[in-house]
Design a protein around this ligand. Structure first.
Ligand code: ZN
Length: 126
């Protein structure tokens, strides 16, 4: 996903969801990784305006990195943007216990096993 598209994520999902760019300084040929940084629901959101989050560990307490994906309900065909945690990235990956998961399709009520809809947050597409 492009940096420009990722920048629109917080508008749709709320203040706990912010665009995050992962850079690999030691690997100049690796592209930047675009992710969504997700703060837990019980977290006090830091004011990131004017300073970078890097190195401010207390601001990142409980944060996990996630990806924005598109999913279609297997039962009713409703389409969603879903924020999925990225378990493959060890950075901040131990914080998942502080997060709540949305499981099942909000449009038809089918559980995750039937709908395959779930994630840290969902936004229904038209
Ligand atoms: Zn459904």
């Amino acid at each position: 996903m492009s940096v420009e598209k990722m920048a629109g994520v917080p508008v749709r999902f709320g203040a706990r969801f912010r665009p995050a760019l992962l850079r690999f300084p030691g690997r100049p040929t690796w592209p930047d990784g675009t992710y969504v940084a997700v703060w837990p629901q019980d977290a006090v959101l830091p004011d990131l305006a004017g300073h970078a989050a890097a190195g401010v560990q207390e601001d990142l307490a409980g944060v996990v990195l996630a990806e924005l994906m598109h999913h279609t309900c297997f039962v009713c065909a409703a389409r969603f943007e879903a924020i999925h945690f990225e378990a493959a990235i060890p950075v901040l990956g131990r914080n998942l216990a502080r997060h709540r998961f949305v499981s099942g399709c909000p449009a038809c009520g089918s559980d995750f096993a039937r709908s395959r809809i779930g994630g840290l947050a969902l936004s229904q597409l038209p």
